[in-house]
Ligand binder design. Structure first.
Ligand code: ATP
Ligand code: MG
Length: 257
């Protein structure tokens, strides 16, 4: 059996006396898209920060390709929920996207090409010289995505990445993510509150229980054919059934024991 891209074993986390996560375990296969859903405040962002190695878990282990995430080093890119705070106000858009490439062995020309390609992929080629504060919320969110794409990560962690873009842009960015995943076999963990999005994008959906002491309630396998299509996939009977199953599972997770 091949080593999973991500292995989460018995992860628990506590803020002060408040236990947010308790005994969370799951794996993500190489190239898989795992969507994570759960009630607001249950600990999804906390989990993503732990997966990214930004917060050490109080308990448990995270391994990327069989190594502890802290040692994994490069190869994990994260787009945080509070993306607007993650864009330095003193850097123009292109310099922000270039920031994670700073300590790589890439030459100047290659770096510029990466930045150009990443901005083009999110439809922002024309704002490369702008300051982030001059962009709309949705555009800032796309800059944060471009910065993650520019590093060509093997693992991409996304926290509600399309929450503040309009419906049409959201569809385009969802399909961009699917294309990037297909082309580069990027392992992706994506947190979303949108159940349709979870089914549309996911190979599996991880359903977390409500807090406190959130754990994995269940996982749903999304066996829809690829490539997916925004109109046809969402209209097919299997999609509608899966969405209903996901809604029912969330309701069960929420029901008092
Ligand atoms: N730095 C922190 N210090 C103390 N408590 C925190 C901190 N970060 C999060 N929390 C608490 O931990 C719990 C989980 O927060 P988290 O942001 O992980 O939830 P979430 O599932 O991402 O919520 P949402 O869906 O609203 O984004 C909440 O009760 C929150 O108040
Ligand atoms: Mg969150």
């Amino acid at each position: 059996m091949t080593t999973p891209a991500l292995t989460v074993t018995g992860v628990g986390h506590t803020y002060g006396t408040h236990t947010v996560l308790d005994d969370v375990s799951f794996t993500v296969a190489e190239g898989e898209m795992l969507c994570v859903v759960g009630p607001s405040g249950c600990g999804k962002t906390t989990l993503l920060r732990i997966l990214a190695g930004l917060v050490p878990p109080a308990r448990g282990r995270i391994e990327a390709a069989g190594h502890p995430v802290a040692e994994h080093g490069r190869g994990i890119a994260v787009v945080l929920q509070d993306y607007h705070r993650s864009l330095p106000p003193w850097l123009r858009v292109a310099d922000t996207v270039a920031l994670p490439l700073r300590d790589t062995p890439l030459g100047k020309t290659e770096r510029a090409q990466r930045v150009h390609d990443a901005l083009a992929s999110v439809g922002l080629s024309d704002v490369d010289r702008k300051w982030p504060a001059r962009l709309s919320g949705g555009m800032q969110q796309r800059v944060a995505l471009a910065r993650a794409f520019a590093t060509r990560p093997s693992i991409l962690l996304l926290d509600e990445p399309f929450a503040s873009v309009d419906a049409q842009t959201r569809f385009e960015l969802e399909d961009l993510l699917l294309r990037i995943r297909a082309q580069h076999a990027v392992t992706t963990v994506l947190v979303t509150h949108d159940l349709d999005e979870a089914v549309y994008l996911g190979d599996r959906v991880l359903i977390l229980s409500p807090g406190p002491a959130t754990t994995v309630h269940t996982t749903l396998t999304v066996d829809l054919p690829s490539p997916r299509h925004q109109i046809d996939t969402r209209a097919c009977a299997a999609f509608v059934t899966l969405r209903a199953e996901l809604a029912a599972a969330l309701r069960r997770a929420d029901a008092p024991a």
